[in-house]
Design a binder for this molecule. Structure first.
Ligand SMILES: CC(C)(COP(=O)(O)OP(=O)(O)OC[C@H]1O[C@@H](n2cnc3c(N)ncnc32)[C@H](O)[C@@H]1OP(=O)(O)O)[C@@H](O)C(=O)NCCC(=O)NCCS
Length: 209
């Protein structure tokens, strides 16, 4: 991966070319355990704060991205993303990603078209923890709504747990309205690697497109 151009041990920002945006060589090579380097985080923050989060590319997630999504969840979550990707070719699912300037996936979320006849259902939305509150989630939701409209469907839907008020506030700010309550369940891997079923009550919110 190339980040900007090197000079005297510094790497100039790929976006502005400005020295004040330079990223130290040590940062470029330091990739955290979640697979996203400090340089990638800096580059995304810079674009989001200067040009705006809409300048980042929203793209379709592809299989080669899976190995770069460790930041988004545990191995069981990543397996479920891989399974969702297999449903893309059938037309049942679209899976979106926001990419850092050099392509790394930093926010993602799927649209399931099989949950409801008149709606696309957004699920598995996540922004890298160090890149939240920059507007990436809102961009992802906006693109998902465009995709759902293109399919001629009148509703976008999503569900949120009671203990996630921040996500719920974001969705309500974007025009989603609480519609009904339901129970949802999914598998997760515990610390010992055992597969467990997690069951929870959620609020389903929807938005007329
Ligand atoms: C929920 C989630 C996907 C939202 O993604 P995000 O990229 O942080 O979303 P946004 O930045 O668009 O909006 C969230 C916040 O940024 C603010 N915001 C939006 N655009 C902004 C901008 N251009 N500049 C600054 N702040 C902005 C919003 O007001 C909101 O405020 P808050 O930080 O007080 O909550 C993310 O928090 C996440 O991954 N959470 C963990 C997983 C999860 O809970 N997923 C949702 C399951 S339903």
């Amino acid at each position: 991966m190339v980040i900007g151009c090197r000079h005297m041990g510094l790497i100039w920002c790929p976006i502005t070319g400005c020295p004040e945006q330079a990223v130290k060589e040590t940062e470029r090579v330091s990739t955290r355990s979640d697979g996203v380097s400090d340089a990638v985080i800096s580059a995304v923050r810079h674009v989001a704060r200067t040009t705006g989060p809409g300048a980042l590319m929203v793209d379709d997630l592809c299989p080669k991205d899976l190995s770069r999504l460790a930041w988004s969840g545990n191995p069981e979550h990543l397996r479920s993303v891989a399974q969702a990707l297999e449903r893309v070719a059938l037309g049942d699912v679209e899976y979106l990603v926001i990419r850092a300037p050099y392509g790394e996936p930093v926010a993602k979320g799927g649209i399931d078209y099989t949950q409801n006849d008149t709606a696309g259902t957004l699920w598995q939305l996540a922004t890298h923890a160090r890149l939240q509150s920059l507007g990436l989630g809102a961009c992802l939701v906006a693109e998902a709504e465009q995709r759902i409209r293109r399919r001629g469907l009148p509703w976008a839907m999503l569900s949120v747990e009671d203990d996630n008020p921040r996500a719920r506030a974001l969705y309500e700010r974007l025009g989603y309205v609480a519609w009904r309550r339901q129970t949802e369940a999914w598998h997760y891997e515990d610390d010992g690697g055992a597969l467990r079923l997690y069951e929870t009550e959620v609020t389903v919110l929807r938005k007329r497109l």
